[in-house]
Design a protein around this ligand. Structure first.
Ligand code: 5GP
Ligand code: ZN
Length: 116
C-alpha cells in the first residue's frame, strides 16, 4: 500500500523506534505514548482492521498476541499489560492498518472504558 503510514514504517521510509520484527509482524514505540510503555504491534502485510480479516489471517493475529506478551515483559511491564485494537469509525481507529496497542508500565493502566 503506497500511501499507508504503517506500510511506510514497515518499509523503513518513515523512521520508528522499532523494538521487534519477525516474518509476520513488527513492533515499535507509539509516537505519542499514553502510558510509560506504549508499543504498536503491526502485521507486515497490509490488513486494514479486524473488520477485514479472514481465516487466512489467523497466523498473523495469533502472532500479534503472542508477541505482545513478550514485548511487554521486555519493555518493563512485568506485572501485566493491556492490548487494545481499535477498528473502524466506531472503534476510533485513526490509522487504517491493523495494529495492537500494547500499553503498561509499573502502575495500573486504569479503567477499561469510561461508562457513558
Ligand atoms: P489508532 O487510533 O489508529 O488505534 O492508533 C494510531 C496510533 O498510531 C496512535 O496512538 C498514534 O499516536 C500512533 N501514530 C500515528 N502516527 C505515528 C507515527 O508516525 N509513528 C508512530 N510511531 N506512531 C504513530
Ligand atoms: Zn498498510
Amino acid at each position: 500500500m503506497e500511501n499507508c503510514l504503517f506500510c511506510k514504517i514497515a518499509r523503513g521510509e518513515i523512521p520508528s523506534r522499532k523494538v521487534y520484527e519477525d516474518d509476520l509482524v513488527f513492533a515499535f514505540h507509539d509516537i505519542n505514548p499514553a502510558r510509560p510503555m506504549h508499543l504498536l504491534v503491526v502485521p507486515k502485510r497490509h490488513i486494514v482492521s479486524l473488520q477485514t480479516v479472514t481465516a487466512g489471517d489467523e497466523p498473523v493475529l495469533g502472532r500479534m498476541l503472542a508477541v505482545s506478551r513478550r514485548l511487554a515483559e521486555e519493555n518493563g511491564s512485568l506485572e501485566g499489560f493491556r492490548v487494545i485494537i481499535n477498528n473502524g469509525r466506531i472503534g476510533g481507529q485513526e490509522v487504517p492498518h491493523l495494529h495492537a496497542h500494547v500499553v503498561g508500565g509499573t502502575e495500573p493502566v486504569g479503567p477499561m472504558l469510561k461508562r457513558n
